[in-house]
Structure formats: C-alpha cells, structure tokens
Design a binder for this molecule. Structure first.
Ligand code: ZN
Length: 432
C-alpha cells in the first residue's frame, strides 16, 4: 500500500504546469492508467535524482528534500541498493545522536560507450557519475561487418580491464538516425554503411544489452543526465563535425519522430545552388556549416596551400593565419544562420553546441550569437552555450543511453489517470 503522501509527491512531480481542471488531450492510442506502480516509479526517479545531484546524502535529508515519508525513502533506497544504482558510503558527522550513513551513486556500475564516426570509433568505459575510466580508438572501414568485429575486440579488451566493475550495458552514439522500433540505422549519409544489424551482432558477441542513438540526441541526453539543466523543458543540441546533427528536447520530452528521423535540420536545404550533400540533395545546412565546409572555405581562399584537416585549421587560425580565421568565421556565420530555422521551428530556451568548434568558442560564440539573435521573433534570444569537450560529451551520451532515467524517453504519466486511481485521502493531500 502506498501512503497518501507518496502519490501526492509523485503527482506533484509529474505535473509541472498549473492545475488539473478542464479538458486535457489524452492520446487514446497509448493509454497507460496510472497505478500505484507508476507512483512508485516516479518516487524512485525523484529519490535517485536527488541522490545524483546531492550525493553523498543521508536518508533523512532525502526525506526532507523530497517531501516523502522517511519509511518510503528507506524502502526506495534499499531497492536502489539492491539494483546496484546506489551504495552506502561514508558516515556523516553529527553533533549528537546516531550518525547517519550517507548514500551515493554506485561508481562500480559502468557502461561501455561507443562513439562511431565515419572513419573511426572511440570505445570507452564510463561510470555512473559520467567519469571516463578508459578509452581506445578503433579505425573503421566501409565494411560494417569487419568494422564491428574490430569494435567488439576493443570492447572485450576493455571489459577485461575493469573486472571488479559491473557492466550495465553498451551504449552506441552514431552519426545517423536509429529507428526506435527496429533499432536499426535508418539514415546515416556520412557513414556509407549498407544495411547491417549492428545491435544484434554486438549483443550476441558481448552478451550485454545494446542501446543505440543518434550522436546529437545522445549528447543532449548526457547534458540532461549529468549536467545541471533543471527547469529546462525546451533545448536543442547541435553537433558540428563531419556533418551537422541535432537532438531535440521539446516540452520536456526527447523527440524522435516517425522512424526516429526528427530533427534533421542539417539536411534542410538553405541554398538550392549550394554544394552537393551526402544525403543526395544540394545546399543542405550541413554543406555550409560543417567542419568539412570550413576546410572547403580555406581551400577556396588558399588554393595552393596543402590539404589540412579541421583541427589543423583551428591551430592555423590561433597562430594568426588570416585565411584560416576567415574560413572559421564563415563557418560560424552559417552555423548561426541555420540556428534561425531551429529557433523559428521550436523556440528553445537553450541551444547547446557540441563538436570541435567548441574548443575555439572565443571565435565561434560571438558570431553564432549575433546571427541567431537577428531572428529572435519576440522575447529574449535563446541561451547559446558550448558543451564540454566534444569527445567526452559523445561518450557520456552513449553511456547515458544505458543509464538513462526512464522518464526522459517515455510518455509523460497521464495525470488525470493518476487522480482516478487515487484514494480520497490522496485527493485531499494534492497541492491546490
Ligand atoms: Zn543533406
């Protein structure tokens, strides 16, 4: 049996906007009646989130901060310890009386994170706090079977380097879109892999569950999981690398769309006379704003200079090379112009930028902000900020797929259904 406060707290957490009177649209194709099980799940998520953000923390503090009863908190903590998400650690100092044992996330719980790029993959072990424990680089070819074999060998080696840790699963971030139903790649124009069941092959060999997601969505999930983004309900993350990808968090939900293809702003043509894109169209946003585009701009300005890769271009600009600086400024301008599509379409409060460009944010930030601000239709422009080092962001994203809080990827709990299931006591306990 759930005590009334339990349901009330769960309800308050699920309901972020105002009152519950009036008609609310409920999608009848996917009705899930709220049960005591749902309330328990919400309360579990609340306690886990409080532990994550305030660790190490005592059970008494968890009860105070969640508004849940002490006995409920203890039950949930025991469950989380049993599930290996949480463990008991240090003893708090107290002026008098019994000193409480503090709980924190279990750092012995790890995920294998794989970040796939068109020519290479990074394989890493990441713990529940988002810390990178080890890392290796694997070259990839256009043959998905051979490439996957090499990734699996690397994962097996890495798995053996952490014998005392418990591996929860494998998270893979990809330069493409994954169908949420079939878990197969539906669109990866820069990867050039024929249809291949990556998930099945890796799961069979590694005997661990595999979760796959587009790199931009995975990065956004990492920010939502490991960074402080409380209160943000509308955010877009843009990865700028070989291509341009976006992950969309709208009205408090990650958006995947039909066949997982939502958010392909990088493939909206912004100049039909522009260069040919890997997707088959011409003049897509990514043909102007990607790191490849910056290298192309440099070549146009310096036709006789030797070929350079993007990181070199960044170095040249820092050394005072004017054409390199101009090429990067042009790329920044196009990143900013493309953001206007995103601002007009989704009106996010925050736009996060991930990728190598963030290491030269003093160069990119001001130009991107200026371009984006010119299309703010009303109110304040969105906050535009870089994410942490791009490689770590993508690896943490892959790990977050394994550790994700279920609520982020699931439908919100139907609140009117929660009321229907509640006892009269519970109704009285509802906040007004
Ligand atoms: Zn395209």
């Amino acid at each position: 049996m759930l005590e009334p406060q339990t349901v009330a707290a769960g309800h308050a957490a699920a309901e972020t906007h105002g009152n519950v009177r009036g008609i609310r649209h409920v999608d009848l194709t996917d009705v899930q009646l709220a049960s005591s099980e749902t309330a328990r799940r919400i309360n579990r998520d609340i306690v886990l989130e409080l532990i994550r953000t305030s660790q190490p923390i005592s059970r008494a503090d968890l009860a105070r901060r969640s508004g849940l009863q002490r006995s409920t908190v203890s039950q949930i903590v025991e469950q989380l310890i049993g599930e290996k998400w949480v463990r008991e650690g240090s003893i708090a100092s107290a002026p008098r009386g019994r000193r409480p044992t503090l709980v924190g996330l279990n750092e012995d719980l790890v995920a294998i994170a794989v970040d796939i790029h068109p020519r290479q993959a990074i394989v890493a072990v990441v713990d529940l706090n988002g810390r990178l424990l080890s890392r290796a680089q694997v070259p990839l070819t256009s043959d998905p079977a051979a490439s996957t074999r090499m990734m699996i060998e690397s994962m097996q080696r890495m798995h053996h380097t952490v014998p005392k840790k418990s591996t929860e699963g494998i998270g893979i971030s990809l330069p493409g879109r994954v169908d949420p139903t079939t878990q197969r790649l539906t669109f990866a124009p820069n990867l050039h892999w024929p249809d291949f069941d990556l998930k099945k092959v890796i799961e069979t060999k590694m005997r661990l569950p595999v979760k796959m997601e587009n790199a931009a969505t995975a990065c956004l999930l990492a920010e939502l999981t490991f960074a402080r983004m409380d209160g943000v309900r509308d955010a877009v993350l843009v990865t700028v690398s070989e291509g341009v990808g976006t992950g969309v968090f709208a009205n408090g939900q990650l958006i995947s769309g039909h066949h997982g293809l939502a958010g392909e702003f990088g493939h909206i043509p912004i100049d039909p006379a522009g260069p040919r894109c890997a997707c088959g169209q011409s003049g897509c946003w990514e043909t102007f704003a990607s790191c490849r585009a910056a290298v192309r701009y440099y070549r146009e300005l310096q036709p006789k200079a030797r070929a350079v890769a993007f990181p070199e271009l960044l170095n040249l600009a820092e050394e005072g090379n004017l054409p390199a600086a101009q090429a990067l400024a042009k790329q920044a301008t196009w990143i900013g112009r493309g953001l206007r599509m995103i601002i007009a379409a989704l009106s996010p409060s925050t736009i996060l930028i991930a990728g190598d460009v963030t290491s030269a944010w003093h160069r990119f930030g001001p130009i991107i902000e200026k371009e984006a601000a010119e299309l703010t239709l009303a109110g304040n422009p969105p906050l535009i900020r870089p994410t942490h080092e791009s490689e770590i962001a993508r690896l943490r994203g892959a790990a977050a797929l394994v550790f994700q809080r279920r609520t982020l990827l699931e439908q919100p709990v139907p609140q009117d259904a929660a009321l229907r299931d509640a006892s009269p006591d519970t109704l009285e306990a509802q906040p007004a």
